[in-house]
Design a protein around this ligand. Structure first.
Ligand SMILES: [Zn+2]
Length: 229
């Protein structure tokens, strides 16, 4: 199946290149060989970049306030609570920030979203489905910022990996705020233009607490549902 598709793509690509070379030669009347080559390559590069940009945009944002997968599903977990695990490479202050952020979510939303924080070994496999855990690891380079990754690719999420920017000079409050924001992503929240939201995209002036809308969104997504009649 895959190899047939490969041959079809290869065939179309060859036809395309032949057609575009002729087009550059006859219609655009480009003389030097190099110019023709650029004309042939420029089109797919432009179209490809456009498609990629559109895909990342639709994959990241949605009106519902949740991160959406490639297939248009909100990035929610199958079940809570989620077990947070901290790498032994994280400093005590970052671990404390993770503990506080997890407790804050549980308290403010009024649900047991996160279990107590556990220490783990650095190399634990987290991409196996069905674990229900989020691992926190330090950034490896000075340029690496905070981020959250989800496993598997398509929801429901069963594990996540959060990277924390340990090389920066962050105060205790800033550390907590960064973890709060990444935990929002972990639970599936997208960025929010509301300055009261912990999901506001810029660090400047972003609050440590959750906005009412943040809390509602999470509660609606993770509160136990009564059995349908
Ligand atoms: Zn973010």
């Amino acid at each position: 199946m895959r190899s047939t598709l490969g041959f079809v793509v290869l065939g179309i690509s060859l036809l395309y290149f032949a057609a575009m070379t002729l087009f550059a030669q006859r219609v655009l009347q480009l003389e030097p060989q190099a110019l023709r080559f650029v004309a042939v390559l420029a089109w797919p590069a432009l179209v490809g970049a456009g498609v990629l940009l559109l895909r990342t945009r639709t994959a990241q944002l949605s009106d519902s306030g949740f991160l959406m997968s490639e297939e248009g599903q909100p990035r929610l977990w199958a079940a809570v609570p989620i077990t947070p695990m901290v790498s032994p490479l994280l400093t005590r202050e970052w671990v404390e920030a993770v503990v506080i952020a997890c407790q804050t979510y549980n308290r403010l939303v009024g649900l047991k979203l996160f279990e107590p924080v556990q220490r783990t070994l650095a190399g634990i496999a987290i991409d196996k489905p069905g674990f229900g855990l989020v691992k926190f690891r330090p950034s490896v380079g000075t340029e690496e910022g905070a981020s959250a990754q989800f496993f598997p690719e398509e929801p429901p999420t069963s594990s996540a990996l959060v990277t924390l920017p340990v090389f920066g000079d962050h105060t205790r409050d800033l550390k907590i705020m960064i973890v709060m924001h990444e935990l929002g992503h972990v639970l599936g929240l997208a960025h929010d233009s509301d300055v009261a939201s912990v999901m506001h995209p810029t660090l400047d002036g972003r609050p440590v607490a959750l906005s009412l809308r943040d809390m509602h969104r999470i509660a609606e997504a993770y509160a136990p549902k009564p059995f349908a009649a």
